[in-house]
Design a protein around this ligand. Structure first.
Ligand code: HEM
Length: 418
């Protein structure tokens, strides 16, 4: 809780100097809600109907990794998934990855765990696995693991969106693991040990570190801010929205792929921000782009963060108070056939690009029941008209089928699929 408040205050210092900065700072300081009800060191249950890391409260840190499967041996892949599950069940509870312990085993063999998380608490670690389209049928069309007939219709390749500048080497992949924790060392340790266990079966295709969760997934959490300085996640799908979660988040057997019942589809997009240009944009223009004010995060024309936006309201000039091309209008369920997303993204800064600019942005993460009806139409409308596009570029994309949770002994990631 302390670190979240310090981070928000630091963000307030960062934007001092723009008109209205005092109001921004005051709004930040007034927010007394804690970001999560549990202590940051606590463990999150691994076993359950759904995988943890989706509606469980978003942690502060991310290490996301996409893997290529480098064997054609189905049995080896299934065995690795079994070992990954056992290691994940241990690591999420604050234990080491291997049965022999961090420094256990024989002196002449590598240790059973890399060791850097020794003595650290579970830190809210969740590990969430997803399967990419190429696991079912690879780029050459081969059905390497005899599962092509199980490819869910909802895993249809995403279309090309206007403005996409996707780099293939940091897009797609056969498998992904989203590791979230309140301590970056714990998240990195988890991915590293899964990669170690998977040696000879998988190799890391790309990975992404993230910080400062940009979405709250529970009403217990205060809304965090993205690198544009705006509260992000205000109108996100949340743990408490039980009816909407049933309707819009969890896949069902009758959707077509029975093995996905209780799972969810994940879209990941690495979105680069040209923060230097953004930082020279007037406050009023920044607020018009999102359709919310920067300090409180209220929809324009309203007073408080959680007030409902009034898209019909017009100003004295006769123009809509929330512009026709504002982000929150274009992304709102009312203009997208009722589509909601559960967003769970993270900020990233990966150094600088050699041209005096930060390589910074949002690693966008969104879960849903069917991307064809949710992410795709929303992104189509944003890609076409969002004024925000002048300041962002989508450089990586991934689409993943995240199976239901592991229910207990004998069960493992992907058991129903294989
Ligand atoms: C809302 C930022 C990309 C979907 C918002 C809000 C902010 C924001 C500040 C308002 C607060 C909130 O309700 O969360 C950004 C930034 C992006 C980005 C900085 C890129 C760098 C996307 C993308 C999608 C998306 C790619 C989906 C295709 C949504 C949705 C809402 C939203 C569904 C809630 C709309 C509502 O119901 O009011 N975003 N966003 N955003 N955004 Fe984004």
């Amino acid at each position: 809780m302390v670190s979240r408040r310090v981070a928000l205050t630091a963000a307030g210092v960062g934007i001092a100097g723009v008109a209205g900065a005092a109001a921004v700072g005051a709004a930040m300081m007034d927010d007394d809600r804690s970001p999560a009800s549990a202590s940051p060191g606590d463990a999150v249950a691994f076993f359950g109907e759904h995988q943890a890391g989706i509606v469980t409260p978003a942690q502060d840190r991310l290490h996301f990794a996409a893997f290529d499967v480098i064997t054609k041996d189905r049995a080896k892949l299934v065995e690795m998934l079994r070992e990954w599950t056992a290691a994940a069940a241990r690591m999420t509870q604050g234990r080491d990855a291997g049965l022999l312990g961090a420094v256990g085993g024989q002196a002449e063999a590598p240790p059973d765990d890399t060791g850097e998380a020794l003595g650290l608490p579970a830190s809210g670690l969740t590990l969430t696995i997803g399967f990419g389209r190429t696991l079912f049928r690879d780029a050459a069309g081969a059905d390497r693991f005899a599962i092509a007939d199980r490819l869910p219709a909802a895993l249809e390749a995403l279309p090309h969106f206007p403005g996409d500048a996707l780099r293939p080497e940091i897009s797609d992949g056969d498998l992904c693991v989203q590791a979230c924790a309140n301590d970056p060392q714990v998240a990195v340790h988890a991915i590293r040990n899964l990669a170690r266990i998977g040696f000879g079966v998988v190799s890391i295709r790309y990975s992404q570190l993230g910080f400062g969760r940009t979405s709250s997934t529970s009403r217990e959490q205060a809304t965090a801010r993205n690198l544009m300085g705006f509260k992000d996640g205000t109108r996100n799908l949340k743990l408490e929205d039980t009816d909407l979660l049933r309707e819009q988040l969890w896949a069902r057997a009758e959707d077509g792929a029975a093995w996905m019942a209780g799972g969810s589809y994940l879209v990941t997009r690495r979105i680069r921000m040209t923060v230097e240009t953004w930082d020279r944009t007037p406050l009023a223009e920044q607020e018009a782009i999102f359709g919310r004010d920067k300090g409180e995060g209220a929809p324009l024309g309203q007073a408080k963060e959680f007030d409902e936006p009034d898209f019909a309201a017009k100003g004295a000039d006769g123009e809509p108070v929330i512009a026709k091309q504002a982000h929150i209008r274009l992304a709102h369920p009312d203009f997208n056939n009722g589509a909601h997303l559960l967003r769970r993204g993270y900020n990233f800064v990966d150094g600088s690009d050699g041209l005096g600019r930060l390589d910074a942005g949002l690693f966008f993460i969104a879960y849903q029941r069917d991307p064809r009806k949710q992410f795709v139409p929303v992104q189509r409308s944003l890609a076409r008209s969002d004024i925000l596009n002048e300041y962002i570029r989508h450089v990586s994309s991934g689409l993943w089928a995240c199976p239901p949770g592991v229910t207990g002994d004998g069960d493992h990631w992907g058991r129903a699929l294989f």
